[in-house]
Design a protein around this ligand. Structure first.
Ligand SMILES: NC(=O)c1ccc[n+]([C@@H]2O[C@H](COP(=O)([O-])OP(=O)(O)OC[C@H]3O[C@@H](n4cnc5c(N)ncnc54)[C@H](OP(=O)(O)O)[C@@H]3O)[C@@H](O)[C@H]2O)c1
Length: 306
C-alpha cells in the first residue's frame, strides 16, 4: 500500500512511498482510509518522529476486514478512528476501542475531523460539569478544538465567551454559538464558571483570575507556547475566590471514546454540528497543505485518500 512515511531528508519530513500492508492481530479490523485531517499536534510532532514511521492520529475509512475475534466494527461500516500513528496510509488497523461508527451514508471527509479535535472538545467540556445557564470561556476559540467547543458548549446551554486575536474571525465564532467574542480574558466583563483553555501561558493565568467561586479551568491546550507564572495571591481563596480548581487533560488517557466519536459523527452527518472543514485536498498534496498551514488555519483541512 502507499503511505506517507517520516523522511527527515525531505524538507517536509515526509515522503509518500510503498510500504507493506499492516498485519492484523486477532482484535484488529482493517480499514481502507478514505480521509484524514491533520492536527496542529501532528505537525509539531513530525521533526521528532523516527524515519520510516507512518504518522497521523486520526482517519476516517471503511472497514474492509473484520477482527477475527468478532469484536469491533463490521464490514462496510464507515468509522472515525483514533490512534497514535499510522493514519496517513491507504490501510490502517483499528480495534473496537479506537473507533466510532458513523451512521450509514456519512461523508468520510467530514467524519475525519472527529477523533482528536471534536472528541477533545467534548471530553474537555465534560470536565466543567453541567453547563446549562453557566457562563463558560473558550480560551482559543478559533483553534480546531475551540471551534467544536464553542458549538458544543452553546448546545449544552452555556453562555459562551470565546477568545481570538483575529478580529476577522469574530463573526464566525458568533455564528457557531458564542454570545461574546473577546481578544483576551482581561476583556471579560463578568467572571465565568468554567474555562476550556487551548492556549496556556499568561492567558491561562489571566483566565484563572476570572473564575467564579467553585469554577474549574481545564488546561487542554498550550498553543501559546508559553509557561505559566502565578503571582503571590493568585491562588488565594478569600474575597469570593474560594473553591476554584485547575485540572489538566489528555485525550490519550480518556477511555470509552467510541460512543462519543459515534455521536459526534452523527451530529455532523445530520447537520447539527459544523465540521469546520475549510478545504478538501488530495492526500498527495499533504506537504503543500502543511506548508500552507493545514494545522494552523481556523478550521480543518481534510486530505482525501485515493
Ligand atoms: N490535551 C490533549 O489531549 C489535547 C488534544 C487536542 C489538542 N490539544 C492541544 O490543544 C491546542 C489547540 O490545538 P488545535 O489543533 O485545536 O490548535 P490550532 O487549530 O493550531 O489553533 C491554535 C489557535 O491558538 C491561537 N493562538 C496561537 N498562538 C497564540 C498565542 N501566542 N496567543 C494567543 N492565541 C494563540 C490561534 O488563534 P487566533 O489566531 O484566532 O488568536 C489559533 O487559532 C494545542 O496546544 C494542542 O496541542 C491537546
Amino acid at each position: 500500500m502507499l503511505a506517507w512515511t517520516v523522511d527527515h531528508s525531505s524538507p517536509s519530513h515526509l515522503s509518500l512511498r510503498e510500504v507493506p500492508d499492516p498485519v492484523p492481530g486477532p482484535h484488529d479490523a482493517v480499514i481502507q482510509v478514505l480521509a484524514f485531517a491533520p492536527n496542529h499536534g501532528d505537525l509539531e510532532a513530525l521533526p521528532g518522529l523516527p524515519d520510516g514511521m507512518i504518522p497521523g492520529w486520526d482517519a476516517a475509512g471503511v472497514v474492509v476486514a473484520e477482527a477475527l475475534d468478532g469484536t469491533g466494527p463490521r464490514l462496510g461500516q464507515v468509522v472515525a478512528s483514533l490512534g497514535v500513528d499510522s493514519a496517513w496510509a491507504q490501510r490502517r488497523l483499528v480495534t473496537a476501542e479506537s473507533v466510532g461508527v458513523a451512521p450509514d451514508g456519512a461523508d468520510p471527509n467530514l467524519t475525519s475531523v472527529v477523533p482528536v479535535a471534536a472528541t477533545s472538545a467534548l471530553r474537555g467540556l465534560r470536565r466543567l460539569g453541567p453547563l446549562l445557564g453557566r457562563r463558560v470561556l473558550v480560551l482559543g476559540g478559533t483553534s480546531a478544538v475551540g471551534l467544536f467547543a464553542v458549538q458544543l458548549a452553546a448546545r449544552s446551554g452555556a453562555e459562551v465567551v470565546a477568545t481570538t486575536r483575529n478580529r476577522a474571525a469574530r463573526r464566525r465564532l458568533v455564528e457557531l454559538g458564542a454570545r461574546e467574542v473577546i481578544a483576551a480574558p482581561s476583556d471579560l466583563g463578568q467572571d465565568v464558571s468554567g474555562v476550556l483553555d487551548l492556549l496556556g501561558g499568561s492567558h491561562l493565568v489571566e483566565a484563572f483570575a476570572r473564575l467564579a467561586p467553585g469554577g474549574t479551568l481545564v488546561a487542554l491546550g498550550h498553543a501559546a507556547g508559553q509557561g505559566e507564572r502565578f503571582g503571590y495571591g493568585a491562588l488565594f481563596g478569600d474575597a469570593g475566590r474560594h473553591d476554584r480548581s485547575l485540572t489538566t487533560f489528555f485525550l490519550g488517557a480518556e477511555t470509552g471514546l467510541g460512543p462519543d466519536m459515534a455521536w459526534l459523527a452523527t451530529e455532523i452527518h445530520e447537520g447539527r454540528l459544523d465540521p469546520v472543514v475549510v478545504a478538501v485536498r488530495p492526500w498527495q498534496e499533504l506537504p503543500d497543505a502543511f506548508a500552507a498551514g493545514a494545522g494552523r488555519t481556523h478550521g480543518k483541512v481534510v486530505l482525501t485518500v485515493g
